[in-house]
Design a binder for this molecule. Structure first.
Ligand SMILES: Cc1ncc(COP(=O)(O)O)c(C=O)c1O
Ligand SMILES: [Zn+2]
Length: 365
């Protein structure tokens, strides 16, 4: 199994220290999982590693890494709306899916030290799993990241470095350190093993429901959940266990909507956006690094997009909190996006929404 560049097709062993291709492209994994079959699921493993036969894991290190992530319930919020409760995971967000698999790969590669940049949740998650297996790590977060997320990163034994400026600048500062010091970049956007973890969002849903819902609503920032979902759907389709793609709908904020704008203009790449502050901090990404790849999926599978106004976030959060679901602002944005979609297109018969982050992690004045 090898990494292959998403721009020029250049190949490297998965043991490479290069964080990306010399041409500037990012790595994809050249890996085709076996055809889906329930017998390939390890029903004795109560974590997302039960689907490990569909992942290119390089060793057995996952056994030391796992914290029981995944296996989140799908609940019926109302007659037509299903919530996948991904904030029920060890560090309270969907990022644990990707981080568990990424750190299992890192451990197998013998990595001792790593850096990562994050709006918070991915940093929490990478810090927790690195802590679990003794990998020293430093997480760069942009100023304005909630104190709770920073304290959690530190509690796992990682160093949190708060970088003045926005999320995109924070990533630049972290990447400079990677380029200068050659330290391992445990990044959820760059490293393709992360997507092998987020893929399980769909494998799990399929095992739980026995089918894939007709509509799937996904928050879109850098696309780590989106790409995982699309890869897994393609894999199920290629296996012949589903016969068509569901209608995937991406949710972005009105103040940061590079993909929705590109889709409206029919462009093959996004125009870089200066990010304004939004409560939906998880999707405030003006420079998504895999934008070309994401737009290819969008056009190929006729993905739809919806944006939410800033003032839609808190009412959505309050509405679902009244029914027991206390999610973070970025997650409330997914619900607000779903409601806006229903107003524009009518209520889908069955929609799956990601409850991707926990309410206890984010606050507002
Ligand atoms: C709670 C939450 N939802 C959604 C996202 C967006 O994920 P992605 O940037 O991978 O598209 C994030 C990213 O940090 C997040 O923390
Ligand atoms: Zn290349």
């Amino acid at each position: 199994m090898e990494f292959v560049c998403n721009k020029c097709g250049h190949r490297e062993e998965i043991t490479t220290k290069k964080v990306k291709c010399d041409c500037g492209g990012l790595w994809k994994l050249d890996y085709q999982p076996p055809k889906y079959s329930p017998e390939l699921i390890d029903e004795h493993t109560w974590s997302l590693f039960r689907y490990r036969k569909f992942m290119p894991l390089p060793g057995e290190e996952w056994r030391q890494v796992t914290l029981g992530e995944g296996m989140t319930p799908v609940i019926s919020f109302d007659e037509h709306t299903l919530f996948k409760m991904d904030y029920y995971m060890p560090t309270l967000s969907f990022k644990d899916r990707g981080a568990a698999v990424l750190v299992a790969y890192m451990k197998a590669m013998g990595i001792k030290k790593a850096v990562q940049d994050s709006s918070g949740n991915a940093g929490n998650s990478v810090a927790a799993y690195c802590g679990r297996v003794g990998i020293q790590c430093e997480i760069f977060v942009p100023e304005g990241t909630s104190d709770k997320k920073i304290r959690m990163i530190e509690a796992h034994g990682a160093k949190a470095v708060v970088v003045p400026g926005n999320r995109d600048h924070c990533a630049d500062v972290c990447r400079e350190k990677v380029a200068k010091e050659g330290v391992f970049y445990a990044n959820h956007v760059y490293n393709p093993f992360f997507y092998e973890g987020t893929k399980t969002y769909i494998y799990e849903t399929f095992e739980q429901l026995g089918h894939i819902p007709e509509h799937i609503f996904v928050p879109l920032g850098n696309g780590t959940l989106f790409i995982g979902i699309m890869k897994a759907l393609e894999e199920l389709l290629a296996s012949g266990v589903v016969d068509h793609m569901p209608q995937v709908v991406i949710v972005q904020s009105e103040v940061c909507q590079p993909f929705v704008k590109a889709m409206e203009a029919g462009r093959k790449d996004v125009a870089i956006e200066a990010v304004q502050r939004t409560l939906a901090e998880g999707i405030a990404i003006g420079v998504p690094m895999r934008s070309g790849e994401i737009l290819e999926y969008i056009y190929k599978y006729k993905v739809q997009g919806v944006t939410i106004p800033e003032e839609g976030i808190l009412p959505a959060r309050e509405k679902i909190a009244r029914q027991g679901i206390y999610c973070e602002h970025t997650t409330a944005a997914v619900y607000a996006g779903y409601e806006r979609y229903c107003q524009q297109y009518g209520k889908p018969r069955e929609a799956l929404l990601s409850m991707c982050g926990a309410g206890l992690k984010s606050d507002h004045a």
